[in-house]
Write a protein that binds this ligand. Structure first.
Ligand code: ADP
Ligand code: ZN
Length: 296
């Protein structure tokens, strides 16, 4: 069923920008995608998509690190990103000024968590974790019904893991030898095995190691955050054979320490994204709606 509101959504990624118009029910009415170049080139293109669409609010799920602290002078900025052209760029401010509507702003992965929480497989829960395994690894968190921030925002992709003994790949994170992203994101699979992840679909060893690292991360997240459900998305998670491997290794690593009804059935605790890879853009829509509500 179609809603009556017109809302803008932007999933701002390091390689592409997905722009959409949608409604308060999560329907996406129109969507385009453009490559991420410099702000000077890209922002005007994005603005021309939203202008004259009469949106009531815009939500942005953004690559980071970003400033999500409303009390900060640089709230709404992309901060220390390795993408130099976007460093210290006031992305939320640019849209607010040009479009003159409320602009909701959060990390891309908090956006995806919110999409699943509002319209997807985490609906009705109070807490969930969303993890993307793609070009990088990112983690979005909802706890007691709220998106989790902090001094900055969670950067769960850089949690440190125990390296598997037979793994000689050095990791691709310039900051950490043993972080989740450096060992398990798409570029790590490609760097370790010399082929694109999708071309390795039939290689059991590849996915066993991948499942090992993801399972370690999920045990850490479970012990720290106690989520009711963990949702996995991103390009690498299209390898659905990973799910049973991750669940089985997760059970081994947790080793019976926690006993909850959620953990009895790992098929419903560790699940794939449920919104056809639209969780990010739908979550951005909801970020816009929430900002509109704050302002009224
Ligand atoms: P991004 O993280 O840039 O938003 P994706 O989530 O699509 O984009 O992640 C891209 C990464 O996922 C690449 O490293 C790519 O090799 C990997 N990838 C994409 N599709 C698949 C697939 N079907 N199977 C395994 N890996 C994939
Ligand atoms: Zn790292």
């Amino acid at each position: 069923m179609e809603g009556h509101m017109k809302l803008g959504a932007l999933e701002a990624g390091g390689t592409k920008m997905v722009c959409a118009i949608g409604d308060e029910k999560g329907n996406i009415l129109e969507q385009i995608s453009i490559p991420t170049e410099t702000p000077e080139i890209t922002i005007p293109k994005l603005l021309s998509f939203y202008e004259e669409k009469e949106i009531e609010a815009l939500g942005i799920g953004c690559f980071g690190p970003i400033d999500v602290n409303r009390k900060s002078d640089t709230y709404g900025y992309i901060t220390t990103t390795p993408k130099l052209a976007w460093q210290n760029y006031n992305i939320a401010g640019a849209f607010k000024e040009a479009l003159d509507v409320p602009v909701g702003f959060d990390t891309d992965v908090n956006g995806s968590a919110l999409g699943e929480y509002t319209w997807g497989i985490a609906r009705g829960l109070n807490s969930c974790v969303y993890m993307t395994v793609g070009t990088g690894v990112g983690i979005g968190i909802i706890s007691e019904g709220r998106l989790v921030h902090g001094m900055l925002h969670p950067e769960g992709g850089h949690m440190l893991l125990s390296r598997s003994r037979e793994d000689t790949y050095q990791g691709f994170c310039p900051f950490h030898e043993n972080c989740l992203e450096g060992l398990a994101a798409g570029p790590a699979i490609e760097g370790r095995w010399g082929k694109k992840a999708v071309e390795l679909a039939g290689e059991q060893k590849v996915w066993e190691l991948e499942a090992e690292y993801i399972a370690q991360a999920l045990v850490n997240l479970t012990c720290i955050l106690s989520p009711e459900r963990i949702i996995l998305g991103g390009g690498v998670m299209h390898q659905l054979q990973l799910f049973p491997m991750i669940r089985s290794r997760f059970r081994q690593l947790l080793n019976g320490y926690l006993k909850t009804k959620e953990l009895e059935d790992l098929d419903t605790f560790i699940v794939p994204q449920s919104l056809d890879d639209k969780q990010g853009i739908m979550g951005a829509l909801k970020l816009g709606m929430m900002e509109l509500e704050r302002n009224t």
